[in-house]
Design a protein around this ligand. Structure first.
Ligand code: F6R
Length: 610
């Protein structure tokens, strides 16, 4: 399974309670079915249910599972539809082995055929059951050897947590490609796809590396590599606490995270600016000689992170003469473009686990590019493979739709762009001072904007029944229009498209009529008047216009249906403000439509499939 959440627990507490609580904290990773298995006096017992973790909880309340240890899973389907049979955990035919899986087993078709020819019967369509059946065949009493052999035989990306029926004191783990952590408590040990699942019990974490395996018991965990050599792993004390992964009085994580954006911006600047100067020398290994030697910058990312990178492309273009381009990660490897030692390749990924972005990073690295990761997870796969890392410091983002990490990404990318330009000697001191001064006051402006949420809410309610939306913007506002449309699509399921405002007349204008609201992102910058012409074109086709503009510009927009003003700022920094009403708009439209805001259908937080 691609994203999915895995939890395992061995210890004295009620196993079901711990596993289910962990699963609900990992539900952002996938939520079309859930299941758990325990092992204890009655051997292995398993419960699975289609739907959310809450559905599994209800089922277990009626038929509790009791055991000494347990593993659980919340699924985002790839191989095989959303059915109970395809839900995890999966067993082999004799139920001597049970496991949960996050990732994709790429050679599952050939393995399945060979197992079928040996007489194995399958009860699901999943790639995961193939691993369970194969492990059942391989296992002959030595779990460690069996896991090493399984690792040798399966290809693809996988994080597995495994229990054997003849051993109810140990959970075994394998990690390749998909994330997996081991958490060390006092007389109890857990494994999970991500930290929020374990924070209630401990903050002592071991991040499993590629090709590593582990054996968990109440006393702790031992680790070995794919050859069986023992590993001495570092224990990291994470500085997150439980309140960071709880809603803190907000009805949804998304609203909480939208409201945290001022703080995220402050946090991002801390330690990176000195007066009105940017200084990333503590975090980056770049020298002025190297910065002057490069010719190009490639920014590579997916989804919302791609839009943050698209804003950065424009910033870097403003302050350097570098050849800068931005690419969607899943396309980057398939283009024939110059990449080499003269290239800085920047990978923007909130999770640091997006497989498309990771694959693009490996590609650029192989070509000799110097790679930088901009991520919220310093221990993620991408962060561990690059030459340099800049952290977002946004704290955990649980809502599936990215909000505060978008702001964090833009803030880090701006600092990175200014620092690079400075090292190259192309940044004017006046520009540096002007922009840093303004970035420092940005958190207050963001917070002031957030206080206006009632206006956005009323507006959102008014348009919540629309079937299609168009979003327009020019220059810095084009990526923001794209992000506004993506947010609306993701959580309200309304069809929304974004165009560079100047492109509207080249086709999309044919869609306009009074049923299609058009959101125009038009802060006060040098393109304002050009965008104003697009507003007129839109009005002439009877579409209602929702304009996002800067305070002071309202009088020019008297004939638009709805207007939201953001505080004045430097033209290059408008994205930090214009995105806020768009996030809130999407949130309140979704609220009015009654959709699942934090866990939109078909989506998952980190996408570890290509
Ligand atoms: C949108 C969203 C996705 C992610 C994309 C990349 O709200 O969350 O579009 O931005 O899947 O994820 P990361 O940044 O983790 O690489």
């Amino acid at each position: 399974m691609p994203m999915c959440g895995i939890v395992g627990y061995v210890g004295p507490r009620d196993v079901s309670t711990v596993v289910l609580a962990g699963l609900s904290r990992l539900e952002y990773r996938g939520y079309d079915s859930a299941g758990m298995a325990v092992s204890g006096e009655n051997g292995i017992e398993r419960s699975r249910e289609v739907g959310k973790v809450a559905d599994l909880v209800r089922m277990l309340e009626a038929n509790p599972l009791k055991g000494k240890q347990g593993i659980g899973h919340t699924r985002w389907a790839t191989h095989g539809g959303v059915t109970v049979e395809n839900a995890h955990p999966h067993c082999n035919s004799s139920s001597s082995v049970v496991l949960v899986h996050n990732g994709i087993i790429e050679n599952y078709t050939e393995l399945r055929e060979s197992l079928l020819s040996e007489g194995v019967t399958f009860s699901s369509q999943t790639d995961t059951e193939v691993a369970a059946q194969l492990l059942g065949k391989i296992y002959s009493g030595d779990p460690k050897q069996a896991l090493i052999e399984l690792y040798r035989r399966i290809t693809g990306a996988f994080a597995l947590a495994v229990m054997f029926a003849d051993d109810d004191d140990h959970i075994y783990c394998i990690r390749k490609g998909s994330p997996l952590i081991v958490a060390l408590g006092d007389g109890e040990t857990l494994c999970a796809s991500d930290v929020p699942a374990v924070l209630e019990y401990t903050r002592r974490i071991v991040y499993m590396g590629e090709g590593e395996m582990a054996c968990l018991s109440r006393e702790g965990a031992s680790f070995w590599d794919s050859e069986g050599n023992p590993l001495d792993k570092d224990v990291v004390e994470v500085d997150w606490d439980l309140s960071m992964v709880e809603k803190g009085g907000y009805p949804h994580f998304m609203l909480k995270e939208i409201n945290e954006q001022g703080a995220v911006m402050r946090q991002t600047l801390t330690g990176r600016t000195e007066g009105e100067q940017v200084d990333l020398s503590k975090e980056l290994s770049w020298t002025a000689d190297w910065a002057r030697s490069i010719k190009r910058v490639h920014l590579v990312a997916c989804g919302t992170s791609f839009y943050a990178a698209s804003v950065a492309e424009r910033v870097i273009g403003l302050f350097t003469d570098l050849d800068v381009r931005v690419d969607i990660a899943s396309e980057y490897r398939y283009r024939s473009i110059p990449i080499g030692e003269d290239t800085l390749a920047v990978f923007v990924s909130q999770s640091g686990e997006t497989l498309d972005t990771l694959a693009a990073e490996r590609f650029a690295k192989e070509k000799g590019a110097r790679c930088l990761a901009i991520t919220n997870n310093g221990l993620s796969s991408i962060a561990r493979e690059v030459d340099d890392v800049l952290l977002l410091k946004a704290g955990p983002e649980i809502g599936v739709a990215a909000t505060k990490t978008f702001t964090g990404q833009m803030a880090v990318l701006y600092l990175m762009a200014l620092y690079l330009a400075k090292l190259r000697g192309s940044l004017k001191e006046t520009d540096e001072q002007r922009l840093l001064r303004e970035m420092t006051s940005m958190p207050y402006k963001i917070e002031a904007l957030l206080e206006n949420s009632d206006t956005v809410k009323l507006m959102a309610e008014k348009y919540s029944l629309a079937r299609d939306f168009l979003f327009l913007g020019r220059g810095f506002s084009f990526p923001i229009a794209l992000e506004g449309a993506l947010k609306l699509k993701e959580i309200s399921y309304i069809h929304a498209e974004a165009y560079a405002a100047g492109e509207m007349k080249h086709g999309p204008i044919a869609l306009l009529d009074r049923a299609v609201p058009v959101v125009v992102v038009m802060p006060d910058d040098e393109l304002w008047e050009k965008t104003l012409s697009n507003v007129q074109e839109t009005k002439a086709r009877k579409s209602p216009v929702i304009a996002i503009t800067t305070v002071g510009r309202e009088s020019y927009l008297k004939d638009v249906e709805d207007l939201l003003s953001v505080p004045a700022t430097e033209p290059e920094l408008t994205p930090f403000l214009t995105v806020i009403p768009l996030q809130m708009f999407a949130y309140y439209v979704a609220l009015a439509r009654g959709t699942e805001i934090d866990q939109p259908r078909n989506l998952a937080k980190s996408v570890t499939v290509e």
